[in-house]
Design a protein around this ligand. Sequence first.
Ligand SMILES: [Fe+2]
Length: 299
Amino acid sequence: MDRRKFVGAGTAALAALAVPKGLLGQTCDNRTLGDRYGMGPFHTDGAPRKVKLASEFEPGQRISVQGTVANCSGPVSGVNLDVWHATDGGCYQHPSDACPDIPGHPESFRLRGQMVTDRDGKFAFESILPGAYLNGSAYRPRHIHVIISQSPGVQIVTQLYFAGDPYIKGDFGADEPGAANRIIPWVKTVPALWKGTWNIQIPGVTTGLIPQNDPAMMEFDVYARRLGNSILFHLPPNTSRQPVELRVYDLAGALVKRSLMTGLPVELDIGSLRAGSYMVDLSWWTLKGLRKESVPIRI
Ligand SMILES: [Fe+2]
């Protein structure tokens, strides 16, 4: 059985990009609830702070999750997300679930990591599509475990699901009204990457501390994708509100375009550029200081 074919793109995916009413501070009717399965047996305390949960050797289709944590008034910074999930083969690296290491590349805290929402309440992480696994006589749908917490006080133990997964129907955790806003659509981008947006709403959660020198956010890759006459550059989620400077150079090293952009993702209009290869230098201020990245593009 092809367990992956359920992952579908479509117009429904566009709806996930819209800002929910809750994030506009108008309502608090889209709250995120705990999953009926609770914590499950495979959580491990003390996962490192990181947002690339899968190593380059990890088998599986790549996914990228982004979203915002909000209370009833708007986005909230400094909220911790502790994330873990199964391998492509549907097992957990955990003493109670014998899961073989990747040959030649054993790894601690495999497919686990913690991160904190940035000053705009945003988070993002990358990993691989979790495999479905047998729970008793039935497969559980693919899912990602998350503990959303703030010290002291709020803690929600929940799971994120994949729209279209045939195993959702009849699942104790996923097939109930309280899970409806945790079943999210995924769109496939180029290069192959399933991308999903999960906006979390938790009444009562308040602004917390953002760790200084957080290694999690700095490891997040910059990547680009083509959209019509533009190239969109996706930057790490804790980008400051300062503009991002883009400088486009041709292969001879000549500066052919320069622009300052605010907002994410950063959009570069390539309508005026001739076909060919270019290097785009991006620079922007992060919480750790000025960051620079060079991204090759081909038009
Ligand atoms: Fe699980």
